[in-house]
Every structure is written in C-alpha cells, then in structure tokens.
Write a protein that binds this ligand. Structure first.
Ligand code: IPM
Length: 362
C-alpha cells in the first residue's frame, strides 16, 4: 500500500519521539512491502518562531494533501508563563482539528499486565481494563464564542452543540461498542448543562438503531471516580470535548505512564494520530522521553488503513520491549535505555510472524 504521511513533530519531545515512530513505520514498510512517503512540516511554538503562525498555510496544505497526519506535541514553557499571549502553540493543534474536520478523538485505555505495578492503582483494580474513549473534538466550549469585558473583569466561553455534531460521533461510538462488548457509557453533566441534556436526547434516539448495545449515562464527576475505582466496567465511553479532555487524562493513570497512551483523531476526510502526552519541554533533547505513545499512535494509523497485521506487529514489538524492560526512565528509574534505544529495539523487533504472545496474557 502507498500512503502519504505528513509528519508534524512540533515542540519539546515531539521530534525525538516522532523519529522513533518513523523508524517503526519504515520497519513496517520493509517487512510488509509497503511504500510510505513522509513529508515534514512545522506546527506549534516552532512554527510561531519560524513563520509567526502556529499552523502555517503550507503545513495545513501538506496535511490536506496527505492520507494521514502523524502529530508529535505542541507547547512551550515560554507561552505557559503568559496565559494572555495572543499567539499560542496549542492554537496550531486546535486549528488543525477544526480545519481537517477531525471531530472524533479515539483513545484506547488498556492496562498492560506486565506493568501493573507501575500504576498507582492496585493490580486487582486495573487488571483486565480495556476500554475506548470517544471524545468529541471540534465543538463545545473549546470552539464557542469567547469574550472578555472591556474592563477585563468578566469573561465567558460559550458551549454550543448541535444534533448533527453529536450524532456523527455517537454513530462511531455505537459501531465501536457493537464490535466490542456492546456497552456504551455517555459521560455528561446533564443535571446542570443544557448541552448535556441535548447529548442525552440525541444519543438515546440513535441507540434505537443499535439494539444490541446497552446505553448507560454517567455524570462526569462520578465517571472520574468510577474510572479510578472500577475501570473494568467500561467498554466504550462517549463524551463531549472538555469533559473528554479531563477524563482521558484521569484514565491515563491506569496504564502507569502517560508515555504509553496513543490516540487517533478522525473525520470524514482526514485522520491524525498523536501521543496523548504533552511537550514535556524539561526532557526535550535529553533522550529520555518515552517513544511508545507515538509508536502506538503509528500503529493506530496502520489500523486505520486496514493494515491490522502490521499494527499488531508494532504492538507486539512494543510489548517485547516492556517485557524485556527496555524502557525509558518514566517506567524504570534505573534504566540505561534512552528514547532512541527503545525506538531501535522496537523497530528491530517488528516481524511478520505472529509469535502468539498476547499483549496481556503471556
Ligand atoms: C489534548 C490536549 C489539548 C486539548 C491541548 C494541548 C489544547 O490536552 O490533546 O488532549 O486540550 O485538547
């Protein structure tokens, strides 16, 4: 298969972790006989420094002309010091989501059994956790009208959702539940928010077309607690933009390191894959960032194009690295392995023979 892949490494540790993901994709190309055409473009703080724009037109065009985007991270401490800065690296990511129409953010949350002691949660609580979060990504309070009164003492952010925005992601989430364990949890704040009540009405109606899927509702405050207390109860979780941002980081705790979490953002015509972690600028250039989240995001990219065997080969190679403790310091403080060595190990272990090791039950 030929695929044009736009690489947007971004800021902080983005370039380092992306280099490892590219190595792995190149190993997949060689092993399975595909042709991936990579082109790189700036986004975030580095793009502001180069062009004065967190999402330069050329970067957007490259993404539009590609089959998929592999995204690193955006963010920089110099902007965090000034929350009033007009131009911010994060705008690059938010504009990209909006302009490419990436309305569904999909995050698999899985407990790796070999890492169960890395999680701050008890082994018996997290064992068997395997759910997916569907977070709406181009609507809600992130993109509603923002206002600051002229005297600077009052501010507002509008949260708006339409039936169609809710419906398109709800269908994806129901289809996913149907292919898994037939359970969908809608997380909201319907006891307070009108938008949440609209979500419930629209999602309940759509549920009629998926009779095999059990739909349940959960307030976000309770969901935050339930994800920590009893994560195995979830199969597919559907939620709006801001609530999804928060609960996905909460869910990240289960895996033991945010450096392992991958995500896909999809729309009608485009798809983007990115690690869940941020730019972690303190670690940039130190060869210590965990490349696994970005490598697993590349595996999601492969899956998106139906290259399931290839995706599994990448996941199995990641699993080997965890099993052999060839990991970065976030997973083992005494490790002697750097970002590139972990990346090399994973890339070198991508094979087309399934050795029947299960990710969770060896
Ligand atoms: C994420 C991040 C972004 C978000 C930031 C960087 C704007 O937290 O991808 O989850 O809030 O959506």
């Amino acid at each position: 298969m030929e695929l044009k892949i736009a690489l947007l490494p971004g800021d902080g540790i983005g370039p380092e972790v992306m280099a490892q993901a590219v190595k792995c994709l190149q190993a997949v190309e060689e092993t399975f006989g595909h042709n991936f055409i990579f082109s790189e473009a700036p986004v975030g703080a580095i793009a502001i420094a180069k062009t004065g724009n967190p999402l330069p037109d050329e970067t957007l065009q490259l993404c539009r002309d590609s089959n998929a985007v592999l995204f690193g991270t955006v963010g920089s401490p110099e902007y965090d010091k000034d929350p009033y800065a007009k131009l911010r690296p994060e705008q690059g990511l938010l504009q990209l989501r909006k302009k490419l129409g990436l309305f569904a953010n999909i995050k698999p949350i899985k407990a790796f059994s070999i890492l169960d002691r890395k999680s701050p949660l008890k082994k018996e609580i997290i064992t068997g956790t395997d759910f997916i979060i569907y977070r709406e990504l181009t609507g809600g309070i992130y993109f509603g009208e923002k206002q600051l009164s002229t005297d600077g003492t009052t501010a507002s952010d509008l949260c708006v959702y339409s039936e169609s925005e809710i419906g398109r992601i709800a269908h994806l989430a129901f289809k996913s539940a149907k292919s898994r364990n037939n359970k969908l949890t809608l997380v909201d704040k319907a006891n307070v928010l009108e938008t949440s009540r609209l979500w419930r009405r629209v999602v309940s109606k759509i549920a009629e077309s998926y009779p095999e899927v059990a739909l349940e509702f959960m307030y976000v405050d309770n969901a935050g607690m339930q994800i920590i207390l009893n994560p195995t109860q979830f199969d597919v979780v559907l939620t709006e933009n801001l609530l999804g941002d928060i609960i996905s980081d909460v869910a990240g705790v289960i895996c033991g390191s945010i450096g392992l979490l991958s995500s896909a953002s999809v729309g009608e015509n485009h798809a983007m894959f990115e690690p869940v972690h941020g730019s972690y600028s303190q670690a940039a250039g130190k060869n210590m960032a965990n490349p696994v989240a970005c490598i697993l995001s590349a595996a999601l990219l492969l899956e998106h194009f139906g290259l399931n065997e290839e995706a599994r080969a990448v996941q199995m190679a990641v699993y080997q690295s965890l099993r052999k403790n060839i990991v970065t310091p976030d997973l083992n403080l005494k490790t002697k392995y750097g970002t590139d060595q972990v990346g090399d190990f994973i890339a070198n272990n991508i094979t087309d023979t399934d050795d029947n090791l299960s990710m969770n039950n060896e």
